[in-house]
Design a binder for this molecule. Structure first.
Ligand code: APR
Length: 233
């Protein structure tokens, strides 16, 4: 079966993961050089770790902010933003917290796992945007610690984000999964919703994943090259 052509679809939804930003020089989580190979998430990326040692968790996230601040959106991000400009019903459901889709110009965006660039008062819950690198202050004016506004392991997904993602999937006729191992729920359930509703499904990844057999098209290669080929006239 030849690969679907994005221009022939009406409601394209991109479901993206860390591999989408790999060509921007940002490490993925699993596989070679993965962040969770070097760091134990139970020490750095869950509320328990934050309660136990907020400074250690902030040191880890400041390193991530520095890496991401030095990165640029890649050609893959730019193709995704161009698709939305040409086909305004396009949506991006990203698991990434790096903000690169937004910087590339994507507007119809659901950041399922939050963003490195937002912080939340651990006492009041107030969320603010903060682009400082390193973070200008780790504490809220009320004195409590700020925490990254990220969905950490063991956190529930933000209900509004999940609802927005499900709305985006209504009428989806092409689901393109890009650069995700597809193993983290409930986000990983979203492509399955599109599949059950009859969307054509594409997995873009240099290698097989534990969910590859769910996809009708498995396009093996880096995100930017494959996305360019799916979009070319
Ligand atoms: N282009 C496309 N895909 C790539 C590229 C590339 N250039 N390089 C690597 N990949 C693929 C890898 O083969 C892998 O399947 O990207 C995928 C990255 O998988 P993970 O590291 O597991 O990242 P992700 O799926 O986004 O993780 C989901 O887990 O740790 C949590 O909350 C975190 O959002 C994250 C979630």
């Amino acid at each position: 079966m030849s690969a679907p052509r994005i221009r022939e679809f009406r409601r394209v939804v991109f479901f993206t993961g860390a591999g989408m930003s790999a060509e921007s020089g940002i490490p993925t989580y699993r596989g070679a050089g993965g962040i969770w190979k070097e760091y134990d998430w139970e020490e750095y990326a869950c509320q328990r770790a934050f309660q136990r040692d907020p400074e250690k968790v902030w040191d880890f996230h400041d390193v991530r902010r520095k890496t991401v601040a030095a990165a640029e959106p890649n050609a893959g991000h730019r193709v995704v933003a161009e698709v939305e400009r040409a086909q305004p019903d396009t949506w991006v459901l990203t698991q990434n917290i790096d903000g690169l889709h937004r910087r590339a110009g994507t507007k119809n965006l659901v950041e399922l796992h939050g963003s490195l660039w937002r912080v939340r008062c651990d006492r009041e819950g107030k969320v603010t945007e903060d682009l400082s690198v390193p973070i200008a202050s780790r504490r809220c004016a009320c004195g409590a610690y700020l925490r990254p506004d990220i969905v950490w392991f063991e956190d529930a997904l933000n209900r509004a984000s999940l609802a927005a993602a499900e709305r985006a999937l209504e009428g989806c006729d092409l689901l393109v999964s890009v650069g995700t191992s597809g193993v983290v729920y409930p986000a990983a359930q979203l492509p399955v919703i599109a599949m059950k509703r009859g969307a054509v499904t594409v997995e873009v990844n240099p290698e097989d994943t534990p969910v590859s057999e769910l996809y009708q098209h498995r396009l093996r290669g880096p995100a930017s090259a494959i996305l360019a080929s799916l979009w070319e006239v």
